[in-house]
Design a binder for this molecule. Sequence first.
Ligand code: EPU
Length: 418
Amino acid sequence: MEFVVQGGRRLEGTLRVDGAKNAALPILAASVLTEDAVHLTGVPDILDVRRMGDILQILGCDVQHTGGTYRVCAQSMHKSEMPDALSKQIRSSIFLLGPILSRFRKATVTYPGGCEIGLRPIDLHLSGLRALGVDVQEDGGVIRCDGSHMHAGDVHLDYPSVGATENVIMAAVCLPGTTTIHNAAREPEIVDLCRFLGCMGGKIEGAGSATILIEGVKRLHGTTYTPMPDRIVAGTLLCAGAITGGEVELTNVPVEDLHAVCAKLREMGCVLHEEADIIRLIAPQRLTAFSMLQTQPHPGFPTDMQAQMLALLSVAEGTGVIVENVFENRFGHAGDLNRMGARILCSGRTAIVRGVENLTGAHVTARDLRGGAALTLAALRAQGETIVDHAELIDRGYDHLEDQLNRLGAAVKRISST
Ligand code: EPU
C-alpha cells in the first residue's frame, strides 16, 4: 500500500485525537487477568490492536469488536502458548507473558517482532519475572516460563523499560504480598494501565514514578474502560500543522504528557495554546531550527516523536542536532528525507541537520511506523508529488492517517497494491 501526497498545502482545522496504541495494547493484554468480561471503548482501529485481538482469540478468549469498542472475555482462555507467526508480527505480543503467567503459572512465547528500530531484546522482561520466582528457559528462540513458584518480590530494572515495567506489573497484580519495581518506566501509558487495573480491583501505587508498589489481590473483576488519548498521534498532527505553516486545533489531547514536544515546537517558533484537553498550534511560515534534541525515557523527549521532528528540522532555518538515546537504529527515514532534498548527516545515534528551504516530492519508502509518518509529514511540505511506499506500516499506529490529514486540507491518497 502507498500514500500519494500532493505537497504544498497549508493545513488548517480541528481534529479529535483517538485512543493511544501504547495504552490499548497492554490494556487488552491485561484483560485476560480476569475471567469476567472487560469492555473497552475509544480503542484505536489500527493494525497492531487488531493483531492483539487475533492473538487473544487464538489463546481461547472471546473477543468482540465493533469500531472502537472491544469486549474481551477470557473465561474460555485455555492456551498458555503464544501463536508463533502472529507474535513475530507485533512486539507487544510480549505483554501477554505476565498476564498468561498470572493465569496459568506457565507460558511459552517466541521472540516478538515489531518495527525494525533496534535489537529490542527482552532480557529486562525476563529478569523482572525471574525476580518474581519464574523459571525461564530459552531454547532456539522459544522461551518457556514456569511460574509454579511465583512470589511477590523486589524487582530492580537496569533500565526503565516500558514493556518490562508493564509485564512485571501484570504478573504481580494477583501475587500475594507486595511487589516493588525499582527504576520503573514512568510513561503515561503505564499510569493508564495501572488505572485500568485499579478499576478491575488491583492495588497499585506509584505509577508514573520510578518506584511502583503492587499489593497483590486475590482476583480481578471485569470493568469498562476507555484508554487514554494518543500523545504521539497528537504530536504527529501538531507537526503536520507546523511543517505546513498551518493552524491546527486538537481536542481530546493528554496535554500534560505532551510538554516536551510542545516545548520543542515553541523553540521552533510555533505559538501553542493549551487549555484543558485542547491544544491550538499556529505555525510560522518558516520554522527555526532548535540546536539540540535528545530522546529520553519519559518525561524526556519521546523517541516516538523523533522521526517527525527530524522532518520538521529538515525544513527549518538553521542547523540542529538530534540524538536518539532510546533505540539504536531509529534514523531509517533520514536517507529518504535526503532523497527529498533534506541535508541530514547521520552517525550512530546522532543526526546533524542543515535546514533547507524546500523539499521536493520523491518516491520514498516507510521502514517503520514513525519513520513512515515522518516521510508523510515531509511530503505535505514538499513541492510536487511524493509516493510513500509501504505505508501499511503507518497503519500499525495511526487510524487512517491520510483521512485525518485530508480533513485538515491535505491531499493524501491511499493506493492499495493489488
Ligand atoms: N530494552 C532492552 N531489553 C528489554 C527491553 C527493552 O534492552 O528487555 C531496550 C530496547 O531495546 C530499547 C529500550 O530498552 O532500546 C527501550 O525499550 P522499552 O522496553 O522501553 O520499549 P518497548 O516497551 O519495547 C514501548 C512502545 C514503543 C516506544 C517505547 C519507548 C509499546 C507497544 N511500544 O516499547 O513504541 O518507542 O516504549 O517509549 O508500548 C511506537 O509506538 O512507535 C513504539 C515503538
